[in-house]
Design a protein around this ligand. Structure first.
Ligand code: ADP
Ligand code: ADP
Length: 228
């Protein structure tokens, strides 16, 4: 589903944020991306979401070669992806329902279909009863659930999250990670960047570790051997 083949990313500053990164994530996998701040996690996600382009190497996602993606094709490509942000980026001038409906606005769904899909997404994150609320009155964990509902409302094949539990305590963080595991269990390919090694180890899933732009670990660790 996702292939990086000898990918380099050098920013205009001259820094190699990623160096010769090769990895393969099969359809239906759940993978965590770890590494210290500055290791290249966000850069890898920005390449995957076509916010940035690789300097060298090839990226294939869902059968598409991102190197060949023209700028006008990027919005269509991104419909394959659900993207969850740390700060959830919810809009405070509209309800939970309308926040989640946003990605459907460009798809030409009729109102009934929008309602059906938004409620299905809310149901999956356990917030069906909050659709009329303003997101700003919700707790941090609930806001992140709304962010996840918005990411999955288009039924993307791939769910990508950048530090989705960054502002949550450990109990809420586990619940959010379990939610990603639930989506993975129904076939969604999931890639989650997190520097919380303990939380990642608890999930017993494949881990990719970046260090100074290089992939230094790829495997299913147990707590004892997880690199720090
Ligand atoms: P992480 O997400 O693991 O913290 P990043 O991908 O954000 O790592 O950063 C990797 C390296 O690339 C860091 O050294 C960072 O300073 C640098 N970097 C990130 N974004 C940019 C940018 N837009 N321009 C120049 N350098 C950047
Ligand atoms: P930092 O690594 O400094 O914390 P962020 O990751 O918060 O920076 O955001 C840097 C840029 O990457 C922003 O333009 C943001 O829109 C984008 N971004 C953040 N999260 C993701 C993601 N999951 N996938 C793709 N792009 C993202």
């Amino acid at each position: 589903m996702i292939t990086f083949d000898h990918v380099n990313k050098r920013y205009a500053s001259g820094q190699d944020a990623l160096a010769r990164v090769s990895l393969e994530i099969p359809r239906g996998d759940m993978v965590f991306l770890t590494g210290h701040s500055g290791a290249g996690k966000s850069t890898l996600l920005r390449l995957l979401t076509a916010i940035e382009r690789p300097t060298k190497g090839t990226i294939l996602v869902a059968g598409q070669n991102l190197n060949r993606l023209r700028n006008h094709q990027i919005p269509y490509y991104r419909r394959n992806l659900g993207i969850v942000f740390q700060n959830h980026q919810l809009l405070s001038d509209r309800s939970v329902f309308d926040n989640i409906a946003l990605p459907l606005a460009v798809t030409g769904c009729n109102r009934r279909e929008v309602g059906r899909r938004v409620r299905a997404a809310l149901d999956k994150v356990g917030l069906l009863h909050k659709e009329k609320q303003n997101p700003m009155v919700l707790s941090g964990g609930e806001q992140q659930r709304v962010g996840i509902a918005r990411a999955v409302v288009n039924k993307p094949a791939i769910l990508v999250a950048d530090e989705p539990t960054g502002n949550l305590d450990s109990q809420l963080s586990r619940e959010i990670m379990q939610l990603f595991a639930d989506f993975n269990a129904v076939g969604v390919t999931v890639l989650v960047a997190s520097h919380d090694l303990e939380l990642v180890a608890q999930m017993c899933q494949r881990v990719l570790t970046l260090q100074e732009g290089q992939l230094i670990y790829d495997g299913v660790p147990n707590r004892e051997v997880l690199p720090t």
